[in-house]
Design a protein around this ligand. Structure first.
Ligand SMILES: Cc1cc2nc3c(=O)[nH]c(=O)nc-3n(C[C@H](O)[C@H](O)[C@H](O)COP(=O)(O)OP(=O)(O)OC[C@H]3O[C@@H](n4cnc5c(N)ncnc54)[C@H](O)[C@@H]3O)c2cc1C
Length: 438
């Protein structure tokens, strides 16, 4: 058996553990995106891999899950399908979740990974116990144990919280709520507000800060807020829920400002907690890591660390926001020197058909001295599709001059990223308040 590679690339010394026989080289607890990927890739590197996952159901709990995990069953995939539906203003039904659940199982068996249905627990440094549906327990030894158990939505501790739902239930509703109240300012809150509004519901979005999407570029947050309002969502900044009361007309939402809103559905998108409570983590010697670096480092002989630079991301509100690299605030905070900000705001061509007055906004943050593009953001149709390519450019260290020397595809929105010739503003490194010219 290969000696263990440490993250910094050093080879560990062979020890007694190396010579011990284990049932598996790797046992993964949790078959979500992280666990499945780690299991498959490790098996492809020749490791003997076992994985366990809780039985399938759309609503998760401590004992319910399903192969594919949050992303496939109650996250990215069903959410994106609803975003598509909402963009066309209609309801839809699809079997996509079950199809993907089947595909994930096949991916595992094709890679030679042994799948167990049941709850995994750690019972010793190299020992995993799987409790199956009928209560029988299986026990396996593994040289490495990977905890890939993800997280679960939490309800905010507010009187009447049991009257609210989380994103799990929101993705499994039988009927479209006519009146929805969404609590939270993060991406899940903003996305569900967009979905329900796009399907015709009355939506009130309550969040604690002045703008939703804390952590994103402030200017782009303001653009998203403007668009949400423009599409008819009632925004309640600096607001939270004091109490929920069941009434004949629906759920009565009392805000901390004393306002009352009656809703058919109240969604709490207020955070998630790790699924580690029942794992018995007191068992010693457990490696907690969900990154792709583990499989390559341990089984692939390619020591590597996860690279969190220039990770692109998207918020699938309508229209979507997508970003990569630094926001203007982050670039200023880094204080490495002055920055140049380029912005473009235009009515996308597709709006000539709908007549909608909603600007697409793009932004580049550039290091004034090196001309390196530090960050890019876009809020408008197809932003995530466009940003994936921009992310490659940033990863390669592209400069603004290189962006400018790239020929734009015409007519497209994406071409604006390579035709922003004039600087919108120059911000001094020490400046604490980024300005907006939009
Ligand atoms: C509503 C929503 C929308 C999202 N949209 C996006 C998006 O658009 N883009 C994006 O990139 N990300 C999105 N995410 C986030 C994304 O879904 C997660 O980052 C991703 O699924 C995490 O994968 P994971 O493998 O770490 O955990 P999970 O997918 O949660 O997998 C963990 C698995 O472990 C299982 N498990 C837990 N305990 C045990 C146990 N003791 N024994 C056996 N199995 C166990 C669980 O059942 C689960 O299947 C969204 C999330 C939500 C909630």
């Amino acid at each position: 058996m290969a000696r263990k590679m440490l993250n910094d690339g050093e080879l560990s010394q062979p020890n007694q553990e190396e010579q011990t026989h284990f049932d598996f080289d790797l046992f993964v607890i949790g078959a979500g995106s992280g666990g499945v990927r780690a299991a498959r890739f490790s098996a492809n590197f020749g490791a003997k891999v076992g994985i366990c996952e809780l039985p399938f159901h759309p609503i998760s709990s401590e004992v319910i899950g399903g192969v594919g995990g949050t992303c496939v069953i109650r996250g990215c995939v069903p959410k994106k399908i609803l975003v598509y539906g909402a963009s066309f203003g209609g309801e839809l039904e699809t079997d996509e979740i079950l199809r993907l659940n089947g595909i994930y199982k096949r991916l595992l068996s094709n890679a030679g990974v042994k799948l167990y249905e049941g709850e995994g627990k750690i019972v010793g440094p190299n020992e995993v116990e799987v409790t199956q549906l009928d209560g029988t327990k299986l026990s396996y030894s593994a040289k490495h144990i990977l905890i890939a158990t993800g997280s679960r939505a939490q309800r905010a501790p507010i009187p009447g919280q049991e009257l609210a739902i989380t994103s799990d239930e929101a993705l499994s509703l039988e009927e479209l709520p006519k009146r929805a109240v969404v609590l939270g300012g993060g991406y899940i809150a903003v996305e569900f507000a967009s979905i329900w509004r796009g399907m015709g519901s009355t939506v009130d979005l309550l969040f604690r800060k002045e703008l939703p999407l804390r952590g994103f570029d402030d200017e782009m947050r303001a653009v998203v807020a403007r668009n949400l309002e423009g599409r008819g969502i009632n925004l309640h900044p600096r607001t939270t829920i004091k109490e929920l009361i069941k009434s004949e007309e629906g759920v009565k939402v009392i805000t901390d400002h004393g306002e009352e809103i009656v809703a058919d559905v109240v969604l709490f998108a207020t955070g998630r907690a790790p699924n580690t409570k029942r794992l018995n983590l007191k068992a010693v010697g457990v490696e907690v890591d969900q990154t792709g670096a583990v499989k390559k480092t341990v089984f692939g002989g390619q020591p590597c660390k996860p690279d969190y630079r220039d990770v692109p991301c998207a918020v699938f509100c309508i229209p979507p926001l997508s970003v990569v690299g630094l926001s203007e605030e982050q670039a200023i905070e880094q204080g490495k020197g002055d920055i140049l900000v380029f912005t473009s705001s235009f009515n996308p061509m597709r709006n000539t058909i709908s007549g909608r007055q909603e600007k697409t906004v793009m932004k580049l943050v550039v290091d004034a001295e090196t001309e390196k593009v530090l960050g890019a953001s876009m809020c408008g149709p197809e932003a995530p599709e466009i940003m994936q390519g921009i992310a490659v450019a940033l990863k390669c260290g592209a400069t603004k001059a290189q962006f400018d020397s790239t020929v734009g595809i015409h007519p497209s929105s994406a071409e604006e990223f390579v035709t922003m010739r004039s600087v919108t503003r120059r911000v001094a490194a020490a400046s604490s308040n980024p300005k907006t010219n939009l």
